[in-house]
Design a protein around this ligand. Structure first.
Ligand SMILES: NC(=O)c1ccc[n+]([C@@H]2O[C@H](COP(=O)([O-])OP(=O)(O)OC[C@H]3O[C@@H](n4cnc5c(N)ncnc54)[C@H](OP(=O)(O)O)[C@@H]3O)[C@@H](O)[C@H]2O)c1
Length: 413
């Protein structure tokens, strides 16, 4: 640890001790990471951070586009996200200083990229030029990365991507979910179903990263990233000689699996973390207080019983620990006077590995409240209380970083 960081570290520990607060060293690292992140650009409306050792800079709160292109009540998000809405939301977020916009070819079967592309065209050129656009390729398409990258660029109507990520690891497990032909009434994939993938149909990881590196040389992709990669898979990717700017993973107060192996590895290797689902798809707003009231698609994670309709993990789940944990977080919120949303969005940003939290926003009011939440500095006593409040669930959920598949079916190795 450099001298300045070490002395700051001890100063925080000593101050906490003097205040009678018991801290573990991770909590101290959290606060230091956040304060340093805040210091990088205190004047901008939304602080900006670089991802790991790369030169990719993103806003600390970013705009998640999974919801764009949603077709109505039968779809995952059970809402219709119209083009008009996308134009308004993207324009509002960009004008308020959000720079990173996160989409994927898979979201709404390409309709998310298409809506984002149209919305970007409605922005004035100087504003558009400040934005950072990231998309993802499903592992199933990694046998021809060049073609699928071009399809994405065409849908987005842009000449190059700032960040192009492999959405899930390239193996049978990572691919099975994307070959399911069972559809919902709205035409989207039925999330409960898995298809079968033959070993010989799995694209080579080395070949995919070679193509990505070539796209980078050709200027079509500025930074290469991955998403949902575990340590073994990160090692395989790095062994191809590629530089990874980002590993985009689920990371929030009620899903802390990444802290056990992946975040330490990413910190060591200079790979930035972009944390998705920071509100755990709404659970961390405190909106639902018992499992049966959670909307069907949001109750399919390993937190919930695997017998729920859209679930495919088959595990018992941790419903009572989950709702006890939410109650404990709520108590910390009441005690500290900091809202649940402010706590949920600010908390991952106190981890020095995290460059941004990517939030799905469906109402205009979400933009301002999420920006303001992400700037919240959580006092050490609150960080310590949150650590305590969520430890039981963290232990119960274990190190599996796959929110939706468990046991040997986990896609994150
Ligand atoms: N790489 C991957 O595999 C992966 C996986 C998941 C997500 N992601 C990315 O991460 C983004 C965010 O994750 P997510 O959408 O799954 O979960 P999330 O951001 O935790 O939750 C999004 C939901 O939270 C609610 N919300 C947002 N802001 C709010 C506010 N200020 N007040 C009250 N409610 C609020 C909205 O629900 P209502 O509409 O019900 O109000 C919204 O749909 C996605 O859009 C996507 O870009 C990536």
């Amino acid at each position: 640890m450099p001298v300045s960081a070490a002395s700051k570290f001890h100063a925080v520990l000593n101050k906490a001790k003097a205040d009678g607060i018991t801290l573990n060293k991770d909590t101290v690292a959290f606060t230091l990471g956040y304060l340093e992140g805040m210091a990088t650009d205190s004047k901008s409306q939304v602080p900006q951070r670089t991802c790991g050792n790369s030169s990719l800079t993103v806003s600390t709160v970013s705009f998640g586009c999974w919801q764009l292109g949603s077709k109505g009540s039968e779809d995952y998000w059970q809402l219709e996200y119209t083009q008009d809405m996308a134009n308004k939301m993207v324009g509002l977020a960009a004008s308020k200083g959000v720079t990173y916009f996160d989409t994927a070819a898979d979201y709404a079967a390409g309709a998310s990229e298409t809506q984002l592309g149209v919305a970007l065209k409605t922005l004035k050129a100087p504003l558009q030029s400040r934005l950072v656009i990231g998309s993802k390729i499903v592992p199933n398409n990694c046998g021809n990365v060049t073609k699928h990258c071009q399809d994405t660029l065409d849908r987005l109507q842009i000449p190059s991507l700032d960040l192009y990520m492999v959405h899930w690891p390239i193996d049978e497990n990572g691919m099975a979910h994307f070959v399911s032909h069972k559809k919902t009434l709205a035409g989207g994939r039925d999330y409960a179903a898995l298809g079968a993938v033959k070993k010989e149909d799995v694209p080579s990881t080395a070949g995919a990263f070679r193509e990505l590196a070539q796209l980078q040389k050709d200027g079509k992709v500025k930074h290469i990233g991955v998403s949902n990669f575990g340590v073994q898979q990160l090692k395989e990717a790095l062994a191809t000689g590629v530089t990874l700017a980002v590993n985009q993973i689920c990371y929030n107060l009620i899903f802390r699996a990444a802290e056990m192996e992946v975040i330490p590895f990413c910190l060591k290797h200079g790979i930035g973390i972009i944390g998705y689902s920071p509100l755990m798809q709404g659970l961390l707003t405190g909106r639902w207080t018992e499992p049966d009231s959670v909307p069907i698609y949001r109750a399919r994670s390993r937190h919930f019983c695997g017998k729920r309709p859209k679930s495919r993990h088959g595990e018992a789940g941790h419903e009572s620990i989950l709702f006890d944990t939410l109650k404990r977080i709520k108590a910390v919120s009441v005690e500290s006077g900091i809202s649940m949303i402010d706590i949920a969005l600010a908390w991952p940003l106190h981890n020095p590995a995290v460059a941004s939290v990517v939030v799905g926003m469906t109402k205009e009011s979400h933009v301002s409240s999420n920006i303001s939440a992400s700037k919240t500095v959580l006092p050490l006593a609150v960080l310590a209380a949150l650590d305590k409040a969520t430890l039981e669930l963290k232990t119960a959920m274990g190190p599996n970083m796959d929110l939706w598949q468990g046991g040997s079916d986990s896609r994150c190795k």
